[in-house]
Design a binder for this molecule. Sequence first.
Ligand SMILES: [Zn+2]
Length: 584
Amino acid sequence: MMRRAGLVLAAMALGFSSTASAQMAPKAAPIAAEKMAKPSTMARPAASAARPKLVVMIVVDQMRADYIEKFRGQWTSGLKRLVEQSAWFREAAYPYAATETCVGHATISTGALPAISGMVANAWWDRESQKMTNCTADPKAKNSGYAGAAPKGGDSVWQLRVPAFADELRFQGGAATRVVTFSLKARASIMLGGHKADAATWFEGDGWVTSNVYGTLPFIEAYAKAHPVKADYGKTWALSLPRSAYLYEEKALGASAPSGWDLTFPHPLRGKSGGSEADESFYGQWATSPFADSYLTQLAETAIDQLGLGKGGGTDYLGVSYSSTDYVGHAFGPQSWEVQDMYVRLDKDLGELLKHLDEKVGAGNYVLALSADHGVVPTPESMAQTGVDAGDLHIPDVQQKIEDALKSFGYTSPAVARIASADVYFAPGIYDKLKMEPTALSAVLAAIRGVPGVADVYRAEQLTDRPATNSPIRNAEANSFFPARSGDLVIVPKPYWLGVSSPAGKARDYGTGHGTPYYYDQRVPILLMGWGIQKGEYFGAVTPADIAPTLAALCGITLSTHDGRVLSEALEKNPPVAKPATAH
Ligand SMILES: [Zn+2]
């Protein structure tokens, strides 16, 4: 209690001085600052531009925290530097059950948990339209493509119920703030960018796209034209290290290779047929390869150059979410040569990006946060080999068991409208009726609990007040429960059981997944480096919802709501004065 009170005070003090100076900050940092004595050794003048020039948010999709412990000895560049020079939070974990991409990015981006942000899954059942809706689907928005790409639909952040950190930075910064985000995934780029990004760009089908909600930047058009993804056709993903450097077996147990590949290296990017054209399988292979990560890195570097990020009057924001680590993890599982090699390659990409930031923005002028949107569970087959109870939880069987249980009470089938993620949505009126018929409801709950792999099931009304109980699982479920969007019932799988969309007896067509309230899905790295950050290793229990409040404190702005806290243990006592970049 005492410790917490001290942290709040420290944060307030920092926030006050930064806000005051941001309002008075000149359009460009004064040249005289260059000639000053070493900033860290002098007292901060009240009117200095005491804020980072650029906030860089890196999300590595599906990066387990223990990849650092396992693989860091093989890293020589960016990831190595981050681990060595950052404030490294080694026991960070999401405190909720819905460990999915949209949810994690929304939490990192806003500092609010899904119960507040409303981002409860990548997609949920919309009771009004009786249809599935993606977390970014916006009927009023229209997507558009760069370099001739022709995307469908419309995406925006309108279903997010709180502003993003980037929105607040732009609104409160007092000077022009540029917000640019890149990812292969719409939900990643959009959640990081918030409501008014200058550009939020993602990959769809065979090209780079955005939506009319965001700006369209000429440099992205030019880059996409000059560097078509299909130029990577014919490349080969080969091992980066000697074979003896890899852990586990070359053929990962329980893995399922993308179309056109098998389970051994090398993986050629030649599509399904192996012909000479970039087909659909080629784009799937590309997205599941380190080449896509490199492309995103180069896009980010181009944005830094073309927009002069970190050189304007305000604090700029660059968000990059690396998606291929997730696609590779889903296909091959965390215990695979493929995942290990992805991180060897990402280490090099991030090394280049950091070098570029140092040269163009100036080392120490930017603050960088790296985290992940969720972890991942090993394949059930690899866990079962250790003797641990593990398997596939066949969701269609859950649905069938519910229908069977209700038939004897006179309910007409289908009583279940949809099971999405772990959420069971009944057809209109059914759940209200069930609540009036306790024996029928009990029969449904018993039927669900009888399906192999189910640990428990919660009713909506058990999750609406958070924190509801001392049960960590129920609290985790409550933290990602948003009544209008979450299910009438929420299924909790047993640990190491994978929810799959195939019925019993039919094999799943991918390696593994995530989305449970267990630590292997919840635990992710948090690394903070650069302006205002005190490097070190921290073992306290923190969450990715703490990232946005911490960046807000550094930038001297206030978030409307946050479930996280300022990670004040990682803040420098006297943040340096932001310096103008030396290279132009
Ligand atoms: Zn995933």
